[in-house]
Design a protein around this ligand. Structure first.
Ligand code: NAD
Length: 504
C-alpha cells in the first residue's frame, strides 16, 4: 500500500456523472513499469462508495431503459469520434501505466473502438423475432429487454479494449453499468469514461469504482446488480463466477489461457516464424491470446534456430521509445513470477534455447524487463507448460504428426485460441474439425474475432455460455420476453369455451 505524498494525483471514482474523490483509507500506487515512477494513487473504494455507485446506476436505469434506441446509438457514434480524436493521448497514458509499446497501445484502444462502432449499430442488433399467425389470429414475437444494473471487472493487460468490450454494449442495449477496472492501470480507463460522458452518456448510466477483492466481492453479492462480466485470471474468474451465480446473477468470465500453434513442414517458413515471434513476444507475452506454445511437426523441428534468431532481433525497451518491440512486464511482482517460472523450466529439464533474463536496457535500469525467452524440449508435465506464464516466454514442443499435435492441444485444459500454419487446405480443414479450442486461426497467429462476431474462448478459458461483444453479448445483456397475442376481430362471433391446451 501507498506511502506516497499528496503531490501524486489521485484516481477518482466516477459516480452520478462526476469524478468523486474516495474517502477510503486504503490506496495503492499506479507505477510506470519501465521507470518505477509513481504516476498516481488509486483508492480501494469503501463499501458505502460501491453502494452509492450501484444506487446511482439503479436510479438511472429507470429513464435510460426507455431512451429511444436511436438516441442511444447516436451517443456511441459521437463516442467513437472522440476516441479517434484522442487516440494519441489515450495511447500515451496506456503505455505509461501498462508498459506496452505506443503502437500496441493504439492497437489496444483501436480494438475497443471497434466495439464502440458496433454499439453505434445497436438498432440492427437488438432485434426480436416475429412469427405471424402461429394460430388463427395469433402472432408471437420477442422483446430483448435490458436487465438493469450490470457490472464489469477487468484485467490489467488491455486497460482500454476490455472495458470497451463491456460497457458500450451493455449501455447500448439499455442497461446501466458499474465498472471495476484493474487497480494496476486504471488511468486510461478513466479517460475513456470521461470521454463517454463527453459523448452524452447521462449521469448514473456509467459509474466506476476501484479496488481489489473486497470491491469485487461486493459486486458479486450486491442484490441490485443483475449481471457480471469478468475478464482476468482463471483463479479469480472461477471465484467470481461461483460467487455471483450463487447470488442469482447472469455471469460471463473470460479467463486464462495457454495458446498453441502447430507448424507443419509445408508452411511458409518465413511468414510463419515472423507471425509466431510477434504473437509470442508482443506485449511482452501479456495477452490472453499470446502464442505461448509452438508445436513443430516433422521436419519443421529444424526451424527452431531460425525462430531463435528472429526472437533475438526484437528490440526490448521502454514502450514509448520508437522502434521498441517488447516493453516491460506490468509490475515487479510479474517480473519475479516470470523469472521464477523460467528458473523452474531449467530445473525441470527444458532446454533454454534463448535466455532473456536480466537484459540491460539503456536508460531503463529499473524497468521490469524480460527479453524474449525460448524453451525447447518442453513436455506436458513441466510447470512452464502447465501454468500460464504471461511473459515473453515461448515453449517449443515437437510432434511427429499433426494428429499427435492436435492430441496435445485437446488434452490441455485451456481453450482460448490456437493456430495452424500450413499451405494445405486439407490439413487446415482437418484441424478446424478436430481441434477443441474456441478460436482458431489458419495462418493467423492471434485469431481474436472482430466485433460482428463474438469472442468465443472455450473450455477452461471461459465460464458462462455467452461471450463478449457481437451477437452473443446482446443476448447476455438482455432478457428475452416472448409475447403471444391475439386481437379479436370486432365482427367475429365468440366461440365456445375451449379447455384444451391447443391454440387454434
Ligand atoms: P486478475 O485475475 O489478477 O485480475 C482481474 C480482476 O480481478 C482485476 O480487476 C482485479 O482487481 C480482480 N482481482 C484480483 N484478485 C482478486 C481476488 N482475489 N478476488 C477478487 N477479485 C480479484 O487478472 P490480471 O492479472 O489483471 O490479468 C491477466 C489474466 O487475465 C491472465 O490470466 C489472462 O489470460 C487473463 N485474460 C483473459 C482474457 C480472455 O479474454 N480470456 C483477456 C485478457 C486477460
Amino acid at each position: 500500500m501507498s506511502t506516497t505524498t499528496a503531490a501524486v494525483p489521485t484516481v477518482k471514482l466516477f459516480i452520478d456523472g462526476k469524478p468523486v474523490e474516495s474517502t477510503s483509507s486504503e490506496w495503492r500506487e499506479v507505477i510506470n513499469p519501465a521507470t518505477q515512477e509513481v504516476l498516481a494513487r488509486v483508492p480501494f473504494a469503501t463499501a458505502a462508495e460501491v453502494d452509492r455507485a450501484v444506487a446511482s446506476a439503479k436510479a438511472a436505469f429507470k429513464t435510460w431503459k426507455k431512451t429511444p434506441i436511436g438516441t442511444r446509438a447516436r451517443i456511441f457514434l459521437k463516442y467513437q469520434q472522440l476516441i479517434r480524436e484522442n487516440m494519441k493521448e489515450l495511447a500515451a497514458i496506456l503505455t505509461a501505466e501498462q508498459g506496452k509499446t505506443l503502437p500496441d497501445a493504439e492497437g489496444d484502444v483501436f480494438r475497443g473502438l471497434e466495439v464502440v462502432e458496433h454499439a453505434a449499430g445497436i438498432g440492427n442488433l437488438q432485434l426480436g423475432e416475429l412469427a405471424n399467425n402461429v394460430a388463427s389470429g395469433v402472432d408471437t414475437f420477442t422483446l430483448l429487454q435490458p436487465l438493469g444494473v450490470c457490472a464489469g471487472i477487468t484485467p490489467f493487460n488491455f486497460p482500454a479494449m476490455i472495458p470497451l468490450w463491456m460497457f458500450p454494449m451493455a449501455i447500448a442495449t439499455g442497461n446501466t453499468f458499474v465498472l471495476k477496472p484493474s487497480e494496476q492501470d486504471p488511468m486510461v480507463t478513466m479517460r475513456l469514461v470521461e470521454l463517454a460522458h463527453e459523448a452524452g452518456i447521462p449521469p448514473g448510466v456509467l459509474n466506476v469504482v476501484h479496488g481489489g477483492p473486497d470491491v469485487v466481492n461486493a459486486i458479486c453479492d450486491h442484490p441490485d446488480i443483475k449481471a457480471v462480466s469478468f475478464v482476468g485470471s482463471t483463479r479469480v474468474g472461477t471465484h467470481v463466477y461461483n460467487r455471483a451465480s450463487q447470488a442469482g446473477k447472469r455471469v460471463q468470465c473470460m479467463m486464462g489461457a495457454k495458446n498453441h500453434a502447430i507448424v507443419l513442414p509445408d508452411a511458409n517458413k518465413e511468414q510463419s516464424l515472423n507471425a509466431i515471434a510477434g504473437a509470442a513476444f508482443g506485449a511482452a507475452g501479456q495477452r490472453c491470446m499470446a502464442l505461448s506454445v509452438v508445436i513443430l511437426v516433422g521436419e519443421a523441428n529444424d526451424w527452431l534456430p531460425e525462430l531463435v534468431e528472429k526472437a533475438k532481433t526484437l528490440k526490448v525497451s521502454g514502450g514509448s521509445e520508437p522502434g521498441t518491440d517488447v516493453g516491460p512486464l506490468v509490475s515487479c511482482a510479474a517480473l519475479d513470477r516470470v523469472s521464477g517460472l523460467i528458473e523452474r523450466g531449467i530445473q525441470e529439464g527444458a532446454s533454454l534455447a534463448l535466455d532473456g533474463r536480466n537484459p540491460q536496457i539503456a536508460g531503463y535500469a529499473k524497468g521490469n524487463f524480460v527479453a524474449p525467452t525460448i524453451f525447447a524440449g518442453v513436455t506436458a508435465q513441466m510447470t512452464i507448460y502447465r501454468e500460464e506464464i504471461f511473459g515473453p516466454v515461448l515453449c517449443v514442443m515437437h510432434a511427429k504428426t499433426m494428429d499427435e499435435a492436435i492430441e496435445i492441444i485437446n488434452a490441455n485444459p485451456n481453450g482460448n485460441g490456437t493456430a495452424l500454419f500450413t499451405r494445405s487446405g486439407a490439413a487446415a480443414r482437418h484441424f478446424k474439425e478436430e481441434i477443441d479450442v474456441g478460436q482458431v486461426g489458419i495462418n493467423v497467429p492471434i485469431p481474436v474475432p472482430v466485433p460482428m462476431f463474438s469472442f468465443t474462448g472455450s473450455r477452461g478459458s471461459k465460464l458462462g455460455d455467452l461471450g463478449p461483444y457481437g451477437k452473443q453479448v446482446v443476448q447476455f445483456y438482455t432478457q428475452t420476453k416472448t409475447v403471444t397475442e391475439r386481437w379479436f376481430d370486432e365482427n367475429e362471433v365468440g366461440g365456445a369455451v375451449n379447455t384444451t391446451i391447443h391454440l387454434k
